[in-house]
Design a protein around this ligand. Sequence first.
Ligand code: ADP
Ligand code: MG
Length: 254
Amino acid sequence: SAKADPILRADGIRRSFGGLTAVDVEHLEVQRGTITALIGPNGAGKSTLFNLLTGFDRADAGEWSFQGRRLNGIPGHKVARRGMVRTFQLTKALTRLTVLENMLLAAPGQTGERFAGAFARWMWAGQEAANRERALDLLARFKLDAKKDDIAGSLSGGQRKLLEMARSLMVDPTMVMLDEPMAGVNPALVQSLLEHITALRDEGTTVLFVEHDMDVIMGISDWIVVLAQGQVIAEGCPADIRSNNQVIDAYLGA
Ligand code: ADP
Ligand code: MG
C-alpha cells in the first residue's frame, strides 16, 4: 500500500530561530517510490525542514533516517552520497560557468578525496569520462544538450530550473528533494518539468517536492503533507487534502 515502505522517517525534528519555532515536526514519513508534496503557507517551515533533513542546517532536536540509516548529524555532502539529494538554485558563481561545467561540478567525487599515484590517476580519468557521459545523457534528456557550452547565466528561468534538476541527478539519487521547482517557470516548461518529475517516480526515484500551485500538486502527487507554523497539520492523498477543513483554514489564515 501507499503507506507501507518509508524511505525517509523523521521524529521530533525541531529548529528555532531566536524565539521563532520554524520547524516542530513530531513525525514525518516519505514512502519509497512516491511523489510526495510538502505544502503549506509561506513561512510554514518547508525550506527549513528541507535544509534540516539534507544536513544543510542543524536541528535543535530530532532523529531521522534514510533507508534505515541514521541521518541526523550527517553533513550535507555525505547525505547526498547516501542517495538523498536536493536541488540548489544556481548561485552567481555557477551562472558564470557553462551548462556542462555545472553538471560536472555536481558529479560524484567532486566533494573531497583526491588520491596520489598512477593507479589513482587512471581511476580518476575513468570516473571523469563516466561523469561526462552521464552529464551529456542528462542534458539530452532535459533538452539542454544544445546549450551545453553556453554560460548558465544565459539560460531562461525555466531552463535554469531544468538544469538544477539535471544537476541533482548526476549522483544517481534514490530520492530527490525539489524546493519550488516550477517557481517563475512559463506554462510550457511547467508541463515539461511535471513530466520529468513523473518520469523520475516511474523509474523508481522517490520525489519530495515543495510547490504552491494547487493544480500541479493535486495532479501529480501520490501523497501530500501539509505544514503550518512548523507542524504537520494534515496528510493524505490529494482527494482527502482537497476536502480537509484544517488545510483550507491554514491557507485562508484562519
Ligand atoms: P517556507 O519555506 O515554508 O516558506 P521557511 O522554512 O523559509 O518557510 O521559514 C520558516 C520560518 O523560519 C519563517 O518565519 C522564516 O522567516 C524563518 N527563518 C527561516 N530561515 C531563517 C534564518 N536563517 N534565520 C531566521 N529565521 C529564519
Ligand atoms: Mg520556502
